[in-house]
Design a protein around this ligand. Structure first.
Ligand SMILES: *Cc1c(COP(=O)(O)O)cnc(C)c1O
Length: 386
């Protein structure tokens, strides 16, 4: 039997608007100025949007630099035909060093062993490799402590085949426009740069989305936005209403379809544990989406979804593959109707910021969760250029 491909698709679909990704890149590039390069962060499978497809969209908008966590991701980007510079931010383990040469990837270094391995590989390959160092000026995470920098610089200097092409750091609080920490840390970082990088054209890069939007004076030679490229602000709904983030378009939506509509009498317990009991006759829509699809159990009796352009509350426990929406106030719902979990329907919108609030987390986690748990499809809306 030959089935149309659409009949094998999951009822739960994550849709990515590729034009939104392109618009977001262009907006950021415009805001920070043409002289400042953008390293598009596409780690975690492009924050759930698909690493390769996102990189292709950003490249179409003019992006020539990408950031990934692991070296395998960098290799996958190259194999997909992505050009430009690709930074591997989380380092590597022995035996992976050859890949930097085979796939023209740029390593970010935080320990001495990496320098040794890369230097040996550079000699073996007869190729020079440009490396970036990561310094911890106040993040308290990955990176060389400023007090260790002199040792590292001497080591790089002594490594045949390696050259120092840049110095990066990372802000822990740039999502808070009111925090003094960001500019204080930036001063510390600039000092390390001035002491470490004698000859240009070494690159300094420290700004994430928060810094690019709220602390433009920290943008330096290059910025590394992630969340803003996907249409969200690092400080959630607050940022959405900030003029500095104007125009960013959320690229992801998540939909399912109704599989049953029914009415239950007052006093009916809904789903496992009967955590919700109807107080009146209630019309419910049964939805084929649950915690296995990233619609987490913690959203039980909290989340809302859109059906026929109206908000409906999720009632009762969310199961592995099912949940129930109260549609008592919504007319004409039928099996097969589209239900929006994330995104817009009619004039209503549910954002990842709103879902994050219900979940007690941030939009980043919602996007990674939905996007990396479900089937994704891609489309291009026609967005009018202003
Ligand atoms: C993820 C990441 C970024 C991007 O952060 P956003 O808040 O998503 O803009 C920038 N730099 C580093 C080192 C990162 O790990």
């Amino acid at each position: 039997m030959i089935l149309p491909p659409s009949s094998l698709r999951s009822l739960n679909q994550v849709s990515i608007d590729s034009s939104a990704l392109q618009v977001n890149f262009s907006i950021l590039q415009q805001r920070i100025g043409r002289e400042t390069r953008i390293m598009a962060m596409v780690k975690a499978d492009g924050y759930g949007h698909g690493m390769i497809q996102s990189a292709v969209s950003f490249a179409r908008a003019g992006c020539d630099c990408f950031g990934v966590a692991e070296i395998g991701e960098g290799v996958a980007l190259r194999r997909a035909g992505i050009q430009g510079q690709i930074f591997v931010l989380l380092g590597f383990v022995p035996s992976q060093e050859q890949l930097f040469f085979d796939y023209d990837l740029t390593p970010v270094i935080v320990d001495h062993q990496a320098l040794e391995l890369l230097s040996l590989a550079a000699v073996r390959n007869g190729k020079e490799l440009a490396v970036h160092l990561k310094v911890d000026c106040g993040m308290g995470r990955l990176g060389i402590m400023p007090s260790e920098m002199q040792d590292f610089l001497a080591h790089v200097e002594g490594c045949t085949g390696l050259s120092l092409a840049g110095l990066m750091s990372h802000f822990p609080m740039a999502d808070n426009p009111a925090s003094k920490h960001t500019l204080e840390m930036y001063q510390r970082y600039k000092k390390v740069c001035a002491q470490s990088l004698k000859q240009p054209p070494a690159l300094c890069h420290i700004a994430n989305s928060g810094a690019a939007l709220y602390f433009p004076e920290t943008c330096g030679d290059m910025v590394r936005p992630g969340i803003a490229l996907y249409g969200y602000c690092p400080d959630g709904a607050k940022g959405r209403h900030d003029a500095r983030a104007e125009g960013l378009i959320p690229a992801m939506s998540f939909t399912t379809q109704v599989v049953q509509v029914k009415s239950v009498p007052p006093g009916t317990g809904i789903s496992y544990g009967h955590s919700f009991i109807t107080s009146q006759e209630t019309k419910i829509a049964v939805l084929p989406v649950g915690y296995a699809d990233g619609f987490l159990r913690t959203l039980s009796n909290k989340a809302q979804v859109l059906i026929k352009g109206q908000r409906a509350r999720i009632i009762g426990r969310i199961c592995m593959n099912l949940c129930m929406a109260d549609i008592s106030g919504i007319q004409g719902v039928e099996t097969g109707d589209q239900v929006v979990i994330l995104g817009s329907q009619g004039t209503e919108t549910i954002t990842a910021d709103e879902i994050a609030e219900w979940m007690g987390t941030i939009s980043y986690e919602v996007l990674c969760l939905f996007g990396n748990t479900n089937e994704r499809n891609y489309n291009q809306t026609k967005i009018e250029k202003k």
